[in-house]
Design a protein around this ligand. Structure first.
Ligand code: FES
Length: 81
């Protein structure tokens, strides 16, 4: 850290990252990113756009694998009882 007149120089403002929330889907984050998980471990991605899972169904958590799209099949009425 450099000092000027005994005080640290202000750091340049970080560039803003755009985060877009997809209704019913992932959170889209401009990469690269470093993600800190709830157990304290970190995962990185150098992709320019990262889809983060918000439903917790992804086998690739914390990344979205589109599992949020899968829904239970509706039963078709058969007319049988
Ligand atoms: S948001 Fe896509 S798998 Fe969870």
């Amino acid at each position: 850290m450099s000092m000027a007149a005994g005080r640290p120089e202000p750091r340049p403002a970080p560039e803003r990252r755009r985060v877009r929330i997809v209704p019913g889907g992932p959170m889209m984050v401009e990469g690269p990113v470093e993600i800190v998980l709830d157990d304290g471990s970190t995962v990185v991605s150098d992709r320019f756009q990262v889809a983060l899972c918000t439903c917790r169904r992804s086998a690739a958590y914390p990344f979205c694998d589109t599992s949020h799209r899968r829904r239970a099949r509706r039963r078709r009425p058969t007319g049988e009882e």
